[in-house]
Each structure stands twice: as structure tokens, then as C-alpha cells.
Design a protein around this ligand. Structure first.
Ligand code: SAH
Ligand code: SF4
Length: 355
């Protein structure tokens, strides 16, 4: 039993010898007020100590990095024998947490450091939710948004991911539309999403408008080609009423030329999804195992102009700095501040977000 993997009923059982209102108090502190147990001083010290022992945290921080303006903060956690990363990104109007859904990833996208490192294990719902709460504890602002864009493919770990979404929605009160699930195109998972009651936001990592090129970047495309992915995405948009975002990592000379933009514009301007398509252009974050380089900024701005000319909205994200809304999705080989005695290679799924 972990602190954020315990239901209210289980907590009540644990506190059976305490006055009834203690259960509400503890639950309120953990989930509604979102404070660390140690600072919930309305609870007697002995009770806090007892809870800390009975309900341990699932994540142990290994490293923590903060950018110069303290708007972006990243953690590398030990979750049992696995390591995962979380990023907090703040702006005046929102605070977003980018969570990992798996340690590693089995999808093998060639340009992605998580994919290059391979799959370790699925994360449990409590490990996902705890990432949000631990980031909240460090954030002066209330966390308003959660994006599943850290390590892993969320729809390949559907049940645990969906349980975590329900907890975020029901217990933390984060509205479903402020929860974004990013997928590389796991079509069966997308179909399931379309039948859920909560209208979460969907992001689809596209990266190419034709199957041959996409399959070279995203091996899963052999199983679920572009047409099927777009069809499933339209299904989700129809069910949720939410505009779908398409992620596109610009790789110099590979997928960022005018002909690629025109092909993507044709594909997405004809896409029937409710709310239309929005394209997020992100310069590739170079990784050790992939020879590609980032698209120059002017290529991406030209790409975006071509999309807009055909009625497809598009934004260009910066790779680094405190760009709050930057997409996540890359492991970095080395943490900025390696802890003493730690291995020299660790993971950073969200290197696009800053520092
Ligand atoms: N597995 C899911 C979510 C995690 S990856 C998915 O693929 O959508 C989150 C995002 O980071 C994806 O859009 C992914 O394509 C992107 N990404 C991965 N590696 C990247 C890199 N080297 N540079 C830029 N974006 C990258
Ligand atoms: Fe997995 Fe997403 Fe990386 Fe592909 S881009 S390997 S799906 S984490």
C-alpha cells in the first residue's frame, strides 16, 4: 500500500481506531489541499508518523533540476528498481506536469531516447499520480494541467493510465480537458478512449504524412498506418468534442521540407475530426542513437505557414529555455547535477522543456 495508492475505504480501515473525522482530514490534506503529509499540522504528530510509515511514498528523488527562472523543474525518481522522470512547467496562467507512464518504452521510435533505451516496466496508477502530487508539493501554483508526454506510451499501459486519469479528475479535481494523453498511434487504445466517460484531450505523435517515412521513424506505423490512426483520432474527437493536437518533431532534411508540409496540409485539412487538427511543430532534440538534427527555426516557421495557408492551425515550439508549453518526450543521457554515487547515465523524457 502506498500513500497515493490507498483508497478512502482502505484509509478508513487503517484509521479504524481514530475518530471518524480523521479520515476526512487526511484525505483532504493529501488530495484536496495537495500538501505533503509532514506539513498537515492539523493532524497530531503521532498520527502523521504512523501514516508516514504505513503509507510510504512510491517515488524516491534521485535528482532534481531547476531552470534559471524556476519555471521548469525536473525530477528523476527511483520507482522500485526503475527510473522515471517528471517535469513541472509553470506560467502565469497554468502549471502543467508532464508525467511518465512507463519506465522505458517498447515502441522503438528511432529518434526518441526513451525508445532507444527499450522497455523496462509499466508504471502503476499510484506511481503516475504521485508524480503529479510530488510536483505539486514543489509548486507555488496549483497544478492545473497534466500531460502524459514523459517516458512511455500511455495507451500501451491503458488500465493503469486510465485509473490515474480518474484519480486526477475525481480526487485532485483536475478537469478532464486539461489532461492530455499523447500517443504514438496505438489504435485499440484510442478506440477505448473514445468510449470513456471523461473527455480528455488527445495528442497524436505523427511526424510524417506518408506511411513509408513514418514507418522509418515510428515502427508501430507498420501495424497501424496513418489512415487508421487518423480514423481513430477522429473517433476520439467525435466522442470528446476536443480538438486533437498532432505532434511533429522537425528533423532537418528528413520531414521538414515544403513537400512534407504540403502533404501534411492535404492530409489534415481533409481530416474530419471535430474541432479540426492542430499541429505542434517541435525541433528534434538530438539523441545519441539517431543521426538526425533539429530543423532550423526558419524551416519550421515556413512549414507552419504552409499548414495555415490550407486552414490547419500550427504552432512552433522552442526546444529549450523556459518555454512553458514545450512538449516533452526525450531522455537525456546525463542529469545536469549527478547525485553522488549515481550512475552517469540517467533518463530525461522531457528535455524539450527547458534547462
Ligand atoms: N509515447 C507517447 C508519449 C511520450 S513521447 C508519444 O510518443 O506520443 C512525447 C512526445 O515527445 C512525442 O510527441 C514524441 O514524438 C516526442 N519526442 C520523442 N523524442 C523526441 C525527440 N528526440 N525530439 C523531439 N520530440 C521527441
Ligand atoms: Fe515511446 Fe513515445 Fe518515445 Fe515512441 S516517442 S519510443 S512511443 S516514448
Amino acid at each position: 500500500m502506498t500513500r497515493y495508492g490507498t483508497t478512502r475505504d482502505e484509509l478508513a480501515e487503517l484509521l479504524a481506531d481514530e475518530p471518524r473525522y480523521r479520515v476526512d482530514q487526511v484525505w483532504d490534506a493529501l488530495w484536496r489541499r495537495r500538501v505533503p503529509l509532514e506539513t498537515a499540522t492539523e493532524l497530531p504528530g503521532a498520527l502523521r508518523a504512523r501514516l508516514a510509515e504505513a503509507l510510504p511514498l512510491a517515488l524516491t528523488p534521485l535528482t532534481e533540476q531547476t531552470d534559471a527562472d524556476d519555471l521548469t523543474r525536473k525530477w528523476l525518481w527511483a520507482a522500485g528498481d526503475a527510473q522515471v522522470e517528471t517535469v513541472l512547467m509553470r506560467s502565469p496562467r497554468r502549471a502543467s506536469v508532464c508525467v511518465s507512464s512507463q519506465a522505458g518504452c517498447a515502441m522503438g521510435c528511432t529518434f526518441c531516447a526513451t525508445g532507444q533505451a527499450g522497455f523496462e516496466r509499466h508504471l502503476h496508477a499510484d506511481e503516475i499520480v504521485e508524480q503529479v502530487l510530488r510536483a505539486q508539493h514543489a509548486s507555488p501554483q496549483r497544478v492545473t494541467n497534466v500531460v502524459y508526454m514523459g517516458m512511455g506510451e500511455p495507451l500501451a499501459n491503458y488500465d493503469e493510465v486510465w485509473s490515474s486519469v480518474e484519480l486526477l479528475h475525481t480526487e485532485l479535481g483536475i478537469s478532464a480537458r486539461r489532461i492530455t494523453i499523447s500517443t504514438v498511434g496505438v489504435v485499440p487504445g484510442m478506440r477505448r478512449l473514445a468510449h470513456e466517460g471523461l473527455p480528455v484531450t488527445l495528442a497524436v505523435s505523427l511526424h510524417a504524412a506518408d506511411d513509408a517515412l513514418r514507418a522509418a521513424l515510428v515502427p508501430l506505423n507498420h501495424r497501424y498506418p496513418i489512415a487508421e490512426v487518423l480514423d481513430a483520432a477522429a473517433d476520439v474527437a467525435g466522442a470528446t468534442g476536443r480538438r486533437v493536437t498532432f505532434e511533429y518533431a522537425g528533423i532537418a532534411g528528413v520531414n521538414d521540407q515544403p513537400m512534407h508540409a504540403e502533404a501534411l496540409a492535404r492530409l489534415l485539412s481533409a481530416w474530419p475530426g471535430v474541432g479540426g487538427a492542430h499541429v505542434n511543430l517541435i525541433p528534434l532534440n538530438p539523441t545519441g542513437g539517431f543521426p538526425g538534427r533539429a530543423s532550423p527555426s526558419r524551416a519550421l516557421h515556413d512549414f507552419a505557414r504552409r499548414l495555415r495557408a490550407r486552414g490547419v492551425t500550427a504552432t512552433v515550439r522552442r526546444t529549450r529555455g523556459a518555454s512553458i508549453d514545450a512538449a516533452c518526450g526525450q531522455l537525456r543521457r546525463r542529469p545536469l547535477i549527478p547525485p553522488e554515487g549515481s550512475p552517469s547515465t540517467t533518463m530525461d523524457p522531457c528535455a524539450n522543456t527547458g534547462s
